[in-house]
Design a protein around this ligand. Structure first.
Ligand code: SF4
Length: 341
């Protein structure tokens, strides 16, 4: 929908209120697959189905699945022997897989295939005796899972500043890998500083920061430069959502906030604001964005212009444990995750 225009001379109306809606936004293929995996497991095995950690980092999604019969736990030793447990999209270390096997749990691995790719890289570089400089946030589940593939070979680099001080065993045998949901710009700055110290630093075979993270950052950069205010829908523990707020501020938004729900938007944020940029993290269902758009329309921001910087059509097939129907036939819904409206 175009911006508000003067009906007499068809020029943009200065000061008209509008929303710039970033696209792509919201659910990525890995999140969609993980959420469908829990739904499918509930359908097939009945409640309860246990899920280790939040299946994806979004409180609305977790609450919805809880209502449907999922029980979220921190560790597999909280799951009754022999029960079904789903591993979250962020991935798990081999120690967690072993812990589940020790309890005879029926594990369903909903790790995003793009996280699994980074795990495989870690295993391969460790086998070749590289020291892995893993760029990521300490304590994040994905980082714990990846580092857990090769703990003896992995050093965490949490920021560009840390790149200036970390010590390595052999500066000629180092490779960097990263968490999938980081700021692209900040990660490149960290790599630049690492390479200044270790010129023989190897790059990963392909980007570790995933397509969804990158696409959402590119879109919000374009939106931010024309926005007085950016609102990111996403949860506080969602790395890619938090990065979207930072990127929006870096790229020109006068203010940027993250909310889980539309009702968290404060009236004063809109004071003097003509253009509101809107986006959502990769774990956010579109219904939450729609609620925000409805509220903004009620506040006079009913004119919506979509700013599309990429098209996404990636779909991942469901975890192998769920691909076969109960009769042994391939389940029609199990061919892939689905992109939800
Ligand atoms: S954000 Fe990227 S790595 Fe994470 S689940 Fe989505 S596609 Fe996979």
């Amino acid at each position: 929908m175009p911006g508000v225009r003067n009906r007499l001379n068809d020029t943009p109306v200065i000061g008209a209120k509008k929303v710039l809606l970033a696209a792509p936004r919201g659910y990525c293929a890995g999140v969609d697959r993980a959420v469908v995996a829990v739904e499918k497991a509930l359908e097939r095995y009945g409640a309860p189905v246990y899920v280790r950690k939040q299946i994806v980092h979004n409180i609305h999604v977790v609450a919805t699945l809880e209502k449907a019969g999922a029980i979220f736990v921190d560790e597999v030793d909280e799951v009754p022997h022999g029960s079904h447990v789903v591993f979250s999209a962020h991935g798990v270390s081999p120690a967690v897989v072993q812990g589940a096997a020790d309890r005879q749990l029926q594990a369903i691995d909903a790790t995003c295939p793009l996280v699994t790719k980074v795990h495989r890289e870690a295993v391969r570089f460790a086998r070749d005796d590289f020291e892995i400089l893993l760029i990521g946030h300490e304590g994040h589940e994905e980082v714990e899972g990846t580092a857990g593939e090769a703990p003896e070979h992995t050093t965490l680099v949490g920021s560009p500043e840390e790149a200036d001080t970390i010590q390595v065993r052999n500066p000629d045998k180092v490779v960097w890998l990263s968490q999938t949901t980081l700021s692209v710009d900040e990660t490149m700055e960290t790599v630049r500083r690492l390479r200044a110290r270790f010129p023989n630093l190897q790059d990963p075979p392909s980007d570790d920061i995933c397509y969804a993270t990158q696409n959402r950052q590119v879109a919000i950069k374009k939106v931010a430069k024309d926005s007085d205010l950016v609102i990111v829908v996403g949860s506080a523990n969602s790395s890619n959502s938090v990065r979207l707020v930072e990127v929006a501020l870096e790229y020109g938004a006068k203010a940027a906030y993250r909310v889980d729900y539309a009702h968290e938007v404060k009236q004063e944020w809109l004071d003097g604001v003509n253009t509101v940029g809107v986006t959502s993290g990769a774990s956010v269902p579109e219904v939450l964005v729609q609620e925000l758009l409805d509220d903004l329309a009620g506040a006079g921001y009913g004119d919506i212009e979509t700013v599309q910087t990429a098209e996404e059509d990636l779909i991942f097939s469901l975890p192998k444990e769920l691909r076969q129907g109960p009769t042994g036939n391939t389940d029609a819904r199990a061919i892939g995750g689905r992109t939800r409206p």
